[in-house]
Write a protein that binds this ligand. Structure first.
Ligand code: ACO
Length: 210
């Protein structure tokens, strides 16, 4: 049965989520996007990719719906909203593009977004509220922490651990069995050859702390 999904945010990232949900629905998926909620009043009343911006996030209580996706790219903001809205009883659903390739047995937490062309190999565990962005590959037996973001074109080797809230920038590579700590950032194009501590920014080839 079709479930009515509200998208939290109406910016560029939210439009990607809307497109994923629409494509999935067109392929028989149960989640149907019905509109966006965004705290920027200039967006209220606009149509974005054919869906209305219905009001601020506080309007959630007034609009009938079955689930939400938090479509905000910034990891800390997305994590804060995830905690607040889950505590209010909201059902977080996953937005998974029909072109994503996900191995049998992979587990995916609530609210996670998996973009076009992403690949997840066997044994991997994807947390809640994660973004696996366009064309990234998560190889076997990875652990991707809650609220993390693997940007477009990221590749991870086998048995990689990405900590909660970490951002792996566009096109970065994380070598097999390496760990990127919680709330750390690997810059765009980085080659993560050594473990990265928590709350550390690294960049370059090989990646070093900035
Ligand atoms: C669909 C989407 O758009 S998803 C978007 C996902 N987001 C990303 O991929 C962005 C990832 N972020 C980055 O790569 C950032 O540049 C960061 C986090 C590594 C650094 O950001 P900041 O702290 O603002 O650093 P800043 O831009 O001031 O640069 C500091 C120095 O690091 C260098 N630097 C910045 N980024 C990188 C990088 N990715 N690789 C190598 N060097 C870098 C700069 O050239 C500069 O060097 P200098 O001091 O010799 O001039």
């Amino acid at each position: 049965m079709a479930q009515r999904i509200l998208i939290i945010g109406a910016g560029g990232h939210a439009q990607v989520v809307a497109d994923i949900l629409s494509q999935a629905a067109a392929n028989g998926g149960e989640y149907h996007p019905i509109g966006y909620l965004d705290d920027d009043p200039r967006r209220h009343g606009q149509q974005v990719l054919g869906l209305p911006v219905l009001g601020p996030v506080t309007a959630l209580a007034d609009i009938p719906h079955d689930g939400i996706v938090i479509a905000i790219g910034d990891n800390r903001t997305r994590a804060r909203l995830f905690i607040e809205l889950t505590a209010r009883g909201e059902q977080l659903v996953s937005a998974i593009h029909p072109s994503a390739i996900i191995a049998a047995g992979v587990t995916i937490g609530p609210g996670t977004m998996i973009c076009a062309g992403a690949i997840i190999n066997p044994g991997s565990v994807i947390g809640a509220n994660v973004i696996l962005n366009t064309g990234c590959t998560v190889d076997h037996h990875n652990q991707i922490g809650d609220h993390a973001h693997l940007a477009p074109g990221v590749h991870t080797g086998g048995e990689v651990v990405i900590g909660a809230g970490a951002l792996i920038g566009i096109g970065a590579i994380v070598m097999p069995r390496r760990r990127v700590g919680a709330w750390s950032v690997a810059g765009a194009g980085a080659l993560v050859q050594r473990d990265v501590a928590d709350e550390t920014v690294v960049a370059g080839v090989p990646a070093r702390p900035l």
